[in-house]
Every structure is written in structure tokens, then in C-alpha cells.
Ligand binder design. Sequence first.
Ligand SMILES: *Cc1c(COP(=O)(O)O)cnc(C)c1O
Length: 395
Amino acid sequence: MTDFAHTRSQFHLPDGLVYLDGNSLGPLPVAARARIAGLLDDEWGEMLIRGWNEAGWMAMPEHVGERIGRLIGAGSGTVVTGDTLSIKLYQALAAALDLRTGRRIVLSDHGNFPSDLHMARGLMHTLGRGHELRLVAPEAVTQALDDTVAVLMLTEVDYRTGRLHDMAELTRAAHAAGALTVWDLAHSAGALPVDLEGADADFAVGCTYKFLNGGPGAPAFIYVAPRHIDRVTPVLAGWLGHEAPFAFDLDYRPGPGIARMRVGTPSIPGLAVLDAALEVWEGVSISDVRARSVELSETFIHEVERRCPALELVSPRNAHRRGSQVTWRFAGACSFMQALNDRGVVGDFRPPDMMRFGITPLYLDAGDIMRAARVMETLMTERGWDRSRRTGTMT
Ligand SMILES: *Cc1c(COP(=O)(O)O)cnc(C)c1O
């Protein structure tokens, strides 16, 4: 059984704050401080250029990728870290399209994050091969799969509503239609059990500053299924994805395995903090995290509905169809959330009228959830959110 009191003690959280925004930026893992100090003083400070080999910096993108792989059902040698999620998505989609050259459609849904769709369009424009992005409602994805679809590109958990796609089922349907899949795990990795191999996913990408607590702008990750990895020609063919970077060869030859998805010089401070953040997961079972997340979310929904009937639940009511967040709709959402933040309960606002609350059992317990519900009730009864709007405290 995962010891959640122990995991909680491994995070720094400001006194008196209930932090329900870990789906956007996870809090500071205490171990990151010593890790960064060690990197600066003992590694960079003393070793200088030797750090790339002697401190293992050069191997960190793969080393950290291995640790993430264990949380998302990916085997050894299939995950590498670096760059940003937007970049990794671009790489994954380009690779997938190259494996389906006869087809022109990229299928996605309205619930996807704008950056994913912008990157996809940018890639299609650059390729100039007549690709098109087809966007449908999340419920209509399966029926939109036909023999024109090259790639099904989806974010498993909707960043606004928390709606959870069935990865195994949709991957099966995509494969049956002859398409490949690119899964975005931004709101899945560290939030719920993911089984990329079990689902037979082709490509997956994700960020690490949300539920993995890797810090602001922490490096992203990319997964490529073993059956594809040696067939993929990287579109961002940087020197560190080369077979022999230090041969300084003028011709590009992709590196062995997942290393070819590396691009340029990795951000070592970013990787070091992320590596420290992943330490928290030692001894933690992701199924326990999921079970606790469902329990806390159910309590939150129950308590808030009872206390604040004006709020409308946007997230799926069925816990099996929901990621690790709860979203409410309310006409005064923006001011309400601002007032809530002022009272020490931090969630966030997404236009036009949504309030999101991330449920993160590693550092949240039932007491936090109850306190958040009580503060929301008080705010609602006192119409405190209205006042905050009048006094112009909104930022
Ligand atoms: C958070 C998020 C992003 C952000 O991408 P970055 O490149 O890290 O800024 C992209 N896609 C989804 C689905 C997200 O949730």
C-alpha cells in the first residue's frame, strides 16, 4: 500500500494553502533543492565539461525516460526526454505520417489542446503533401475513422473537462481502419495508470511539469513502439539523435533506437529536477494513486454539489470516464476562482466559464478536499466572489 503521508512529506507546499492546480504545475519536490545544489556545486562547478560523461549528463535523456516509461506501461528503451511537449508532438506526428504515406487525414477531437492542433497544422503546412486535420466531437472519433485517416492524434484526458478516452479501444479501432495513433499523455502520466504496450499504442508524448511535478518548463517525453522505432526517420534531425554525434559526420544517420528522437543539447538542470521529482514515485503504486484520486474526487463532487448547487459539473460523473481533475461551470467562474485563490484554495479558470481542480493524492488528502469545499460554500453564500470583482482584485 502506498504511504500517502510519506509522499506528502516529500513536497514543499506553502503553509495554509490547498493546492488544486497540480494538473497545471505540480509543487516543488523537496529533494529537488539538494539535487540542484549538487548539480551546481559538485558537477557543473567542479567538473565543467567533464560532467557530460563523468556526471552522466549525456545519458540523462534516456535515463529519465526509463523512469517515466515505468509509469506509462512502456518497456525499456522506448522513451526519451527532452524539448517541450509541443516539439515532441510534432516529431511523433511527423514520424507517424511517414509510416502512412498513402493517406492524408489526421483525425483529432475538439477537446484537444490548442498547441497540439497548431503544431499539427504547422507540420502539414511544412510537409506540403496535402494533409488535412479533421476535428470531430470526442464521442464521434470512432465513427470518423475511415480508410483516409493516416493518424489518430488524441489527448487521452481532456484538459478542460477531464473526460478520459478509452486508449485501448480507440487504438484498436484506429488500427482496424489502418491508421496509426499518437497519444498525448499530458494529463495522464502520473495521474492514472497508462499501459502503452497493453493498448498497442504507436506513439505517445507528454509533459512532466503537471502530474509528474518536474518543475516549470520541465523536459517533455516521447514514446515510440518498438516495432516502429528503427523505421522512423526523425524530422528534427539534430546532432544528438545521430548515430555517432561525436564523429561530427556531415551526413545524418539516425541513432539506434529511441535515441534518434533526441534533438540537441539537453537541459541538464531541468532533467536533474525532473529526476529528483521522479524519486517520489519509488514505492508508489499508480493504481493506489488512481484509487485515492477517485475517492477524493467523489468526495469533492459530492460536497461541492451539496454546498454550491449553482455550480454545474462539467467533468464526467462516472469516475471511470474521468481523469484526475474535476471541472465546474459557473457564469461567474473567473471572479469566483480569483476570490477562491485569495482565500488559499488554488484551482484555475479556463474560458469561458470553467473552474478546474486537479486531484493529486501524492500531496492532497481528504482534509484538503473538505476545506476546499467549505471555502467554496462560504464564498458562494457570502457572494464573496462578486465583491472581489467590484473591488477590482482580479488579475
Ligand atoms: C499542457 C499541455 C500542452 C503544453 O505543451 P508545452 O509544449 O509543454 O507547452 C500541450 N498539450 C496538452 C494536451 C497539454 O495538456
